[in-house]
Design a protein around this ligand. Structure first.
Ligand code: SAM
Length: 271
């Protein structure tokens, strides 16, 4: 497994801006609904996913009633991958998106799961899935804010339910843009908020009361499944994300709401 290079630095954008006049230790970023020192977010996120790694797939299926598989399939279809494409699954975790992409790019293509957390990738590796056994899917451990690949080598870069966890989301998108070839596709699948007011209230009740309870019962951590709905509420709305992607340099940015906006897929192209 390749390790990442932490020596490069990024400009901080909107989601990690340091207000002028503040000294380095006071810089804060969102972690759920709290703000925490910027330097702590990576470690706390790592610990969070260490806690849930072994039950991650099971909990996703339980909490979404299995719908996350349909969302992931739709999201991968929207990238319109071709046989032979080289694809990176940023924050790929247990690799559901990578497995779906592998079916599209076939043996002449390549899919790389790129994630900072070894335990999440290990949890996915135990799946009895052919592309893993045939070593068609590769694993690289690294930080999505400093992706350890050269410029312009991928035909597609996707991120599923991961970008919200970065300390600087804009740095993650900028890196995805950098490693894409001109005309390459970027796909981001993320949770959002339901558009229908009544459904949104029901969803709020489910996510703030039922999810943490199930987290406590099945993973032994109420906190881990309180962070999930909190971080979803802090994530930008689709139009705001579209504006950020355009600012970074993506074009043809489109999005599609899934299940009344519980999840949203953004697809864009590198100009
Ligand atoms: N993409 C998978 C899916 O759709 O099921 C996993 C999503 S999981 C919610 C988020 C993943 O992002 C975790 O595996 C976590 O380790 C990873 N992650 C969080 N911060 C990261 C970072 N800075 N760089 C790379 N991966 C990160």
């Amino acid at each position: 497994m390749v390790m990442f290079d932490k020596n490069r630095r990024h400009n901080r954008g909107k989601f990690g801006d340091r207000p002028k006049g503040l000294s380095e230790p006071q810089r804060t970023v969102p972690f759920g609904v709290q703000r925490i020192p910027e330097a702590e977010k990576e470690g706390r996120t790592l610990r969070h996913f260490n806690t849930v790694a072994n039950k991650y797939d099971f909990m996703n299926t339980l909490l979404s009633f299995g719908i996350h598989y349909l969302w992931k399939r739709t999201a991968v279809e929207m990238m319109d991958l071709k046989i032979g494409d080289k694809v990176i699954d940023v924050c790929g975790g247990t690799g559901d998106l990578a497995v779906l992409a592998d079916r599209c790019v076939d043996v002449s293509g390549k899919v790389i799961i790129y994630d900072i957390n070894r335990q999440m990738m290990q949890a996915g590796r135990t799946k009895r899935i052919r592309p893993y056994k045939n070593k068609r899917i590769e694993f690289v451990q690294g930080n999505a804010e400093l992706i350890s690949f050269p410029n312009e080598i991928f035909d597609a870069a996707m991120v599923g339910f991961g970008i919200r966890n970065l300390t600087h989301m804009d740095a993650g998108f900028t890196e995805m843009h950098r490693i894409l070839k001109t005309g390459g596709k970027m796909m981001c699948l993320e949770f959002s908020k339901p558009t229908a007011p009544v459904f949104r209230r029901l969803y709020d009740f489910y996510s703030f009361y039922v999810m943490p309870l199930l987290g406590e019962l099945f993973v032994g951590s109420r906190e881990a499944y309180t962070l999930l709905p909190e971080s979803i509420r802090m994530f930008p709305m689709p139009e705001e994300l579209t504006a950020l992607l355009k600012k970074i340099g993506f074009r043809k940015v489109t999005h599609r709401n899934l299940t009344n906006g519980i999840a949203v897929v953004h697809v864009a192209e590198k100009a």
